[in-house]
Design a protein around this ligand. Sequence first.
Ligand SMILES: NC(=O)c1ccc[n+]([C@@H]2O[C@H](COP(=O)([O-])OP(=O)(O)OC[C@H]3O[C@@H](n4cnc5c(N)ncnc54)[C@H](OP(=O)(O)O)[C@@H]3O)[C@@H](O)[C@H]2O)c1
Length: 263
Amino acid sequence: MSSPTPTPTPHIQEPNLSGRVALVTGGSRGLGRAIVHRLCRSGAHVLVNYQRNETAAQQVVEEVADTAGTATAIRADVSSPDEVRSLLDTVAQQHGRLDIFIHNAATFRPMEAANVDLDVFYAEQALALNPLLVGAPQLAKLMEGGGRIIAISGNGASEVVPGYVAPGVAKAALEALVRYLAVEFAPRGISVNAVATAMLDKDDDPRRGHMRDLMTMLAARTPAGHLSRPDDVANAVVWLCGPATDWIHGQVVLADGGLGLRA
Ligand SMILES: NC(=O)c1ccc[n+]([C@@H]2O[C@H](COP(=O)([O-])OP(=O)(O)OC[C@H]3O[C@@H](n4cnc5c(N)ncnc54)[C@H](OP(=O)(O)O)[C@@H]3O)[C@@H](O)[C@H]2O)c1
């Protein structure tokens, strides 16, 4: 089932990103797709990374055809160091530079901390960390004129979300890596930040059926009135890509409608 096309939020002023080249890992679905839409509406050329589902990635490319920006799909398993290097080599060959890098791809397999599947656990670490860790030297070269790197994190990095130990620990490490890279990259004119969110309400989410009660409870607890939607979070991500945020480095911006404020 395809999701409705994200629509512009009337009170949001789109930053002008025309001429910018952006790469979004996991841009074919969910939050990544919403980020691709927002970047394209701001005029960017966006490389839509995916791992398995080329049809979904191509569909996103078609969806943004009537925006100010453009998009192309690009396959790579960004948990693999070799594929990260080759993805960024391709960006260098095709575009010669990268202005915006959003690392959004992640997976989620529920498990308990005292009974982890180690293969899944370490695979999640590799997926969270390798795009920034392995990719850092190439990103530094691709962003010689300055740039923005934004990692997507989740409330499970700093709170205990049942079953979320693998991505939670991976996102905590990713947030630490964001701070280290931010210090090293700031003198180059590259800002590195994270945007974290809580449980997303996605139209195409297979969890929607069996997690309905949890989603209803979390929506009721969210001060802003509903669960975080991909568009709500994409707005924060694209705000960090704009010129007003030049002075923000190494921060985790929590875009969760205030849910994390509740005791
Ligand atoms: N969903 C939530 O409730 C929630 C809550 C807090 C934080 N977050 C964070 O928000 C971000 C987006 O989550 P989402 O739920 O929107 O994701 P999603 O709908 O599950 O989509 C995941 C995307 O990542 C891609 N992907 C997965 N493994 C990959 C790999 N090894 N290499 C390249 N691409 C890969 C998928 O591509 P293919 O389909 O081609 O495999 C897909 O485009 C994640 O960082 C997640 O941790 C989500």
